[in-house]
Design a protein around this ligand. Structure first.
Ligand code: SF4
Length: 241
């Protein structure tokens, strides 16, 4: 049974997505990594038959469980999802000069890998778009607490829409249980946030939701996909692509 507060959040999310779909149509895109938050948005987009494109990034380093889950979700919803890959020559060049597990050797290497495998494909997804829908939530990290429901992506000059920014984790899971939404079984194994296999671990009780991402680092737990231009500049990503 959903609380009235959560019903209100769902209605607000539906309104936000409907207005984006109506206003931008195929010029809007929802990027999903098939985590729990993204499954809530997928379910709402499909249940309201919205005209928002769905795209995902295959970094080449995802968990096998995630690939199996993507197959399942595509069948479950009859979902049309476009997959974007890193540029193969960039991956080849990076691996040949730095090795396959370069991300463990330095933060600079890790950011390089995220840039090649994630930011590059994201830039291609967003080329020519006017609106970008994400499943970010403020509760996930201090960095995300600064984000708004609808804001401008300062780097790309497009509208960035975070329709569940004010949802808390229990809202997400209440929605999933109530609506029978499928979810990646890694969530049951202690992974609140699921990314690339070598860079994600299960978290311990009491740890921050994103503590399992790049756990060997202590600074910003972001890969560059959602950093502002200032932060991108600070993390050496600006101008790379
Ligand atoms: S999360 Fe890890 S493997 Fe994935 S792109 Fe970033 S550094 Fe590379």
């Amino acid at each position: 049974m959903l609380s009235s507060e959560l019903k209100g959040k769902i209605a607000q999310t539906e309104d936000t997505l409907m207005s984006i779909g109506k206003r931008y149509g195929k010029e809007s895109v929802f990027t999903t990594s098939f985590g729990a938050e993204d499954m809530v948005i997928t379910d709402i987009i499909k249940s309201l038959d919205m005209d928002i494109e769905v795209a995902t990034i295959d970094t080449g380093r995802l968990h096998q469980e995630t690939y199996e889950f993507i197959d399942m979700v595509v069948q479950f919803y009859g979902l049309s999802v476009k997959t974007y890959f890193p540029e193969s020559r960039e991956v080849e060049s990076m691996i040949n000069s730095k090795g396959p597990n370069l991300f463990y050797h330095s933060t600079e290497n890790r950011k390089m890998c995220c840039n090649v495998r994630k930011v590059g494909p994201l830039n291609r997804i967003l080329e020519g778009r006017k609106a970008w829908v994400t499943g970010l939530r403020a509760e996930q990290s201090k960095f995300r607490q600064k984000m708004q429901r609808v804001e401008e992506d300062p780097l790309r000059g497009i509208v960035k829409v975070n329709p569940i920014i004010n949802w808390i984790s229990s809202d997400v899971w209440a929605y999933i249980r109530e609506k029978g939404v499928p979810y990646n079984k890694l969530h049951d194994k202690g992974y609140p946030s699921i990314g690339c296999e070598p860079c994600t671990r299960a978290i311990l009780p009491g740890e921050d939701e994103r503590a399992g991402r790049w756990w060997w680092e202590s600074d910003v737990k972001e890969c560059g996909l959602h950093l502002s231009s200032q932060e991108i500049s600070n993390t050496h990503l600006k101008g790379v692509r």
